[in-house]
Design a binder for this molecule. Structure first.
Ligand code: 5GP
Ligand code: ZN
Length: 117
């Protein structure tokens, strides 16, 4: 755990969040500023700042993160209609919280993939 990381604190239950799933490796919770009817963030418990910091040793965890993301989307009832997943990396990627996370966006057609800003 990184002491000054917001998502580490959420994973540890030190900052409240609306969690929709958690196990020993990953935690999923609702985004505080949703960009779609369903907007959930899926994070590993392990602190990794960005996708670029993902080491080969973390491959198993990364596979778990991806598989559990699909599981969470299924549990949220998004699978059949579909949904979008996004990982933002550093400045040009629009990353604001430096603890790797997947966005799940769904509940409406997300439309073509366009940059926001
Ligand atoms: P990023 O831009 O880093 O990919 O996404 C960070 C996301 O975290 C944003 O969508 C933002 O709304 C969300 N977020 C920031 N602070 C909090 C918080 O304290 N709680 C929750 N649940 N989401 C947060
Ligand atoms: Zn962290």
């Amino acid at each position: 755990m990184s002491q000054d990381c917001l998502f580490c604190k959420i994973a540890a239950g030190k900052i409240p969040a609306t969690k929709v799933y958690e196990d020993d490796q990953v935690v999923a919770f609702r985004d505080i500023n949703p960009q779609a009817p369903v907007h959930v963030l899926v994070i590993p418990r392990q602190h990794i700042a960005t996708l670029d910091d993902l080491a080969p040793e973390a491959r198993a965890m990364a596979g778990c993160l991806l598989e559990r993301t699909a599981h969470v989307a299924r549990e949220l009832g998004l699978s059949q209609a579909g949904y979008r997943t996004i990982i933002n990396t550093r400045g040009h990627g629009g990353q604001e919280v430096f603890h790797i996370h997947l966005h799940i966006l769904g509940g409406k057609p997300m439309g073509p993939m366009v940059a926001r800003g």
